[in-house]
Ligand binder design. Structure first.
Ligand code: ADP
Ligand code: MG
Length: 729
């Protein structure tokens, strides 16, 4: 018997194990959880026209023609076997000695499986798809016992394959495992299985790898999806429970103090939503357990002021607050705008500082030694009530006198472990944590990705916000294009400002034109437009005379800061930038955004970018310039962005498209991840039910003493998460 932890060598032999290692499959369990991506139905041939260049594929097709010929300059033979799905053709090419056997084994009319890497030969319309020296397996003749077995089974599993290992070799190894593997105890508790009518684990593995019909495969998939959802939700339920048991210093609101003085100074009315969420947070902060709250709100909803008010409450009660931003530009901006909003309230110890005043320190990775030393000192002594920073805040030597609250802006860029690192900095209990995310995410995703947090949402934008009009501008249409630059000039003439966004900086290595393949596929696309090319062209051409500068990630942080300051102060009319301005940048006087090569950006990214305009009193205009043709996928995405300002709707589209992209783009190598079958968008029902079951289970049996198999799965999940986190950093 083989246990699931055993290395594959034991189960399938050294030769096969070595091949499977190419797919990152190390243990018997890895292989059992390497699921077929689909099933080939007998008689139903693979759509050959859909095969993409460079893909490793396994196709089911019929031999149409076999043609051997002598090639003059090469010793030996060339054998070309043409196979068909009834419409499209695929050429299998064999050279030299290797040509004799297939000639015998693949007479016309044979159905077979063929595996290899898709390449094209010939050019233009006449280009043909081929597999050079493919592995193959005739389904009649040859290996009779195997063929008979194949015929007994209706569905042929098709696995994500890779170089050097075919789908049927994987199937053979899986077959061995299905017969020999000892699955151990089922991690999914029996009452859960019964209540949701889920089949047993052994049946599920057999059913997904060797189904007799699609219904059986379906039952197996459902059961295995449940496993993924349940283990994850149990981990989250445990995390929630553990957090609820931690002690935190309560930071109740004060009747008068910084917050009260700040509210007095606010130049606008808080929205109803800001008030309601503010009350929720104020109550959380007063408790003896740490707050773990996610604040969602669409771009421009006014999350910063909510976060700032929470920070002020903590400062009022004698603690400190840290604000963690994902980029240097954003940290600097937050620092600037918080200092401005607080005015004299941020000038403790300075001339003009008022009663209750505090200090706001800035800590980034690249600031000068002197500024840094001061900031560190202010944080450690407690002189700074608020410390704003980037990842630099996470470093070990950063110390706080009494850290009471951590606010994390634009959460999607931070991992769980980073959140934890900052929490560690509080002495005497955990700090409260508020996570603010600007990318609205579908509920099931939130339940999974942020499943250990309570959530609040700002659903309305502040009143008086001007609408943003978005248009797709085909770059082929010169008149349209020129109009875009004219619009910028018009706005500038009225004292307003504009962004021009490009996908690329322009100082990186670009393949010389002759290296770019000529096929009209993806590869033939010109490199995306670059900031450093576009900026001079604009300032010498259509935007001549305007004050224009550039901003991108490879500039020195001081330089970046200086440019942002000048733009914010209205000393620049146009900022030509990369996506460094994507998150959070807030210059209300900017009204126009032109996104060059807009199709090179994702849907949510465009939505974020667009959120940089229309933040003030004046209407915003966003122009998405593209050479994507009408009715293309890329164009559809842009049209979607243009059609709605609803970030939630767009994030759904984004996720769907990315899934699709993953499936199409993946090189058929089944990357390991804890979510193999579960899709967050389509399996909402399972995720909800699993969450409810997991929560009850953890409430009843916090240590999961009655569920050792589940405990083992949880440990594996944590390892995987850690590995993924390490990969990302
Ligand atoms: P986001 O939620 O995208 O982080 P911000 O917090 O940057 O949005 O807020 C966007 C702009 O709206 C800022 O200039 C901010 O001062 C302003 N703002 C926030 N709340 C209100 C309000 N209640 N009324 C008017 N303007 C507001
Ligand atoms: Mg923000």
């Amino acid at each position: 018997m083989t246990t699931l932890e055993q290395p594959l060598v034991k189960a399938v032999g050294a030769k096969a194990a070595k091949k499977l290692a190419a797919l990152d499959l190390e243990t018997a369990g890895d292989l059992l959880r390497h699921y077929p991506r689909r099933y080939a139905q007998r008689g139903e041939l693979t759509d050959l026209d859909s095969l993409a260049e460079g893909e490793y594929v396994t196709v089911l097709a019929e031999v149409q023609k076999v043609q051997g010929r002598k090639i003059s300059k090469r010793p030996g033979n060339l054998l070309e076997v043409t196979v068909t799905d009834g419409r499209g053709l695929l050429t299998l090419t064999f050279f030299g000695k290797g040509a004799y056997v297939p000639e015998r084994e693949l007479p016309p009319g044979t159905h077979g499986l063929f595996a290899g890497k898709v390449t094209f030969f010939g050019s233009g319309r006449n280009a043909k798809r081929q597999l050079v020296h493919p592995e193959y397996k005739p389904l009649a003749g040859g290996d009779l016992a195997g063929a008979a077995r194949e015929f007994a089974e209706e569905l042929i599993p098709v696995y994500p394959a890779a170089k050097g290992v075919t789908s049927w070799q994987i199937a053979d190894c899986v077959r061995i495992l299905l017969d020999t593997a000892e699955l151990g105890d089922d991690a999914l508790p029996e009452h859960v299985r019964r209540r949701h009518r889920l089949i047993g684990l052994a049946d599920a593995y057999r059913g997904i790898h060797r189904p007799r019909d699609m219904a059986e495969a379906g039952r197996a998939r459902k059961r295995l999806k449940w496993d993924e959802a349940f283990v994850l939700q149990t981990a989250l339920a445990q995390r929630r429970r553990a957090a609820a048991e931690l002690a935190a210093t309560p930071r109740p609101p004060a009747a008068e103090g910084l917050l009260a003085a700040f509210d007095e100074r606010l130049p606008f009315e808080l929205t109803e939503g800001q008030r309601a969420v503010g009350d929720e947070i104020a109550a959380d902060l007063a408790r003896t357990h740490p707050m773990h709250r996610l604040l969602q709100g669409d771009v421009g909803a006014g999350k910063t002021v909510v976060g700032l008010r929470a920070m002020l409450q903590v400062v009022d009660s004698g603690g400190q607050a840290a604000l963690l931003a994902p980029t240097e530009v954003l940290a600097q901006q937050h620092h600037r705008s918080i200092v401005a909003m607080l005015g004299p309230l941020a000038q403790a110890g300075q001339l003009g500082g008022v009663e209750h005043a505090t200090r706001v320190a800035l800590l980034t990775g690249s600031q000068g030694a002197k500024a840094r030393r001061e900031a560190l000192l202010d944080a450690a002594s407690g002189a700074a009530g608020i410390v704003v920073g980037t990842h630099a805040l996470l470093q070990e030597h950063v110390q706080f006198a009494d850290l009471g609250l951590v606010v994390i802006d634009e959460q999607h860029r931070f991992g769980v472990e980073q959140r934890d690192a900052l929490r560690e900095k509080a002495t005497g209990g955990r700090p409260h944590v508020l996570v603010m995310t600007a990318t609205p995410i579908p509920r099931t995703v939130a339940m999974t990705v942020y499943g250990d947090l309570d959530t609040s949402a700002l659903t309305q934008l502040p009143a008086g916000r001007s609408p943003i009009a978005t248009h797709v501008v085909p770059s082929a249409n010169r008149a349209y294009w020129n109009r875009a630059w004219e619009r910028i000039r018009e706005e500038a003439a009225q004292g307003r400002q504009a962004y021009v966004v490009c996908p690329r900086i322009g100082d990186e290595e670009v393949p010389a034109p002759e290296d770019v393949p000529e096929e009209d596929g993806e590869d033939a696309r010109r490199p995306p437009l670059a900031v450093l090319d576009v900026a001079p062209k604009l300032s010498e051409g259509p935007l001549h005379g305007l004050r224009l500068d550039v901003l991108h990630g490879r500039m020195h942080p001081d330089e970046k800061d200086a440019v942002m300051r000048r733009f914010a102060a209205g000393e620049l009319d146009v900022l030509v930038a990369t996506t460094v301005i994507e998150v959070g940048v807030d210059v209300p006087n900017a009204t126009v955004m032109v996104v060059m090569d807009a199709d090179r950006f994702g849907v949510s990214q465009l939505h974020q970018l667009r959120g940089r305009v229309g933040r003030g009193r004046h209407a915003g205009l966003c122009l998405l310039v593209t050479d994507a043709v009408e009715e293309s996928k890329a164009r559809e995405r842009l049209d979607a962005v243009a059609s709605t300002l609803d970030g939630f709707a767009l994030s759904r589209i984004d996720l769907e498209q990315r899934r699709e992209g993953d499936v199409l783009g993946e090189s058929q190598s089944g990357r390991r991840s804890s979510l193999r079958l579960l899709t967050l968008l389509r399996d909402e029902e399972i995720i909800k039910e699993a969450r409810a079951e997991a929560t009850t289970l953890v409430e009843d049996d916090p240590e999961l003493r009655g569920h050792p198999a589940l405990v083992a799965e949880l440990a594996a999940l944590v390892d995987e998460e850690r590995a993924e986190y390490l990969e990302k950093t």
